[in-house]
Design a protein around this ligand. Structure first.
Ligand code: NAD
Ligand code: DAU
Length: 361
């Protein structure tokens, strides 16, 4: 297929953890799409995550900032994207507590800039009442917008928004803007809200990769509070598959929850991880667990997240593919086999990988 006739798909935040898995899946699975990966390469963006597909003819990297409205407008005008999968964001709760404004700017303003640009090119070429079914603005969001659960219950698509951290408040706000553009301008949109992801290429500031790094290097494993908070963990490749299914089969205007049906207290998860690490590093049983260190709790720390993903399973036929013990072992094996990736991230060398690459705008 001639590249100019290919469907043009813009993926934002494709150099990050989840985005890189989504880009890889789409580039490999859909040669008929021209995939543009737009990423600012903040500290969380790493083109080394995409080494295996960077030379594929249907892939193009664009370095750029979603908060720059003029740049975004001209990028959409130049390429006339058919669809957007939007993942670019500031994503770490602890950073949002130290610097909330950065989260408002990236997650809210950045999303609105993309919505405006999509609206401008799609609704101009197809009047508001015309056929815009070939376009889609897919916004990737989080379960944290629903707030915190007690001991029972699950987040459904109908759960009232109740964000507590500056991160989740900024994501909730961006979700509201996406729905507002659908309701006001009839922009074709989809939203998914996913639980905690884990797997390869996860930046080692988040619990699982941080703990793997620290155990490997005999450093303390910081567990906030008493380690009693509960998260619902999903293997990142299962999230990417869910995004593929929702993007292709989801009903315009709908929201889909994605989750692993896999709740763990932080302390139980860390104990399991320590056991796996002991085995893989040929350490005595219980050696890694000695590194567990209880530290001051996160401010406003949500107690429990748990997702009801039955809508996605029932209507679109998606299911998680791995049990957690299997996925966690696979993840540990990946980090141990990819020492160079981890060393580059911890030393900052990954930020040099981009230098010398051609920037296409
Ligand atoms: P990440 O922090 O690993 O990656 C974010 C990416 O966005 C990076 O590559 C970064 O360079 C890029 N970016 C940041 N600001 C930008 C800007 N102004 N312009 C262009 N690019 C910019 O995040 P992640 O964990 O992969 O999460 C991706 C998305 O999925 C986010 O929207 C997040 O809210 C959502 N999400 C994450 C999880 C999770 O467990 N990590 C779960 C549910 C939803
Ligand atoms: O639920 C989805 C969300 O999951 C995403 O929207 C976020 O982008 C993603 O970062 C993640 O948020 P969490 O705050 O749940 O993830 P994090 O890995 O930071 O923390 C997981 C749990 O572990 C949480 O209860 C806090 C705790 N924790 C975290 C760190 C970094 C610790 O106990 N020690 C730590 O050092």
């Amino acid at each position: 297929m001639n590249p100019s006739t290919k469907k043009k798909l813009l993926i934002t935040g494709g150099a990050g953890f989840i985005g890189s898995h989504v880009v890889r899946l789409f580039v490999n699975k859909y040669p008929e799409y021209q995939v543009f990966n737009l990423d600012k390469l903040t500290y969380a963006g790493n083109l080394e995550n995409l080494r295996d597909i960077e030379k594929k003819p249907n892939y193009q990297f664009v370095k750029g900032d979603i908060t720059d409205a003029e740049f975004i407008g001209s990028l959409f005008n130049t390429h006339q994207f058919d669809a957007v999968i939007h993942l670019a964001a500031e994503s770490h709760v602890d950073r949002s507590i130290s610097n909330p404004l950065e989260f408002v700017v990236t997650n809210v303003l950045g999303t609105v800039n993309l919505l405006n640009a999509a609206r401008q090119i799609w609704l101009k070429s197809n009047s508001v009442n015309g056929d815009i079914s070939s376009h889609m603005f897919y916004h990737v969001s989080t379960d944290e917008v629903y707030g915190s659960l007690g001991e029972t219950g699950l987040f459904t698509e109908e759960t009232k928004y109740d964000p507590h951290s500056p991160y989740s408040a900024s994501k909730a706000s961006s979700d509201h803007f996406v729905r507002a553009y659908h309701d006001t301008y009839r922009l074709p949109v989809l939203i998914s809200n996913c639980s905690n992801n884990y797997g390869s290429f996860h930046f080692p500031e988040k619990l699982i990769p941080l703990a793997i790094h620290n155990i490997k290097n005999n450093l303390p494993i910081p567990v906030y509070g008493k380690g009693e908070n509960i998260r619902d963990w999903l293997f990142v490749e299962d999230h990417a598959r869910a995004i593929d299914v929702i993007f292709h089969k989801g009903k315009t205007g709908e929201t889909y929850n994605i989750g692993g049906n896999n709740e763990w207290t932080n302390i139980d998860l860390i104990r399991l991880l320590c056991q796996i690490m002991d085995e893989k590093l040929n350490r005595e049983d219980g050696e890694s667990a000695k590194l567990i260190t209880f530290v001051k709790d996160r401010a406003g720390h949500d107690l429990r997240y748990a997702i009801d993903s039955s809508k996605l399973q029932r209507e679109l036929g998606w299911q998680p593919s791995l049990i957690f013990e299997e996925g966690l072992e696979k993840t540990v094996e990946w980090y141990l086999a990819n020492e160079e990736w981890l060393n580059h991230v911890t030393s900052g060398a990954y930020q040099k990988y981009y230098e010398g690459q051609y920037v296409k705008r």
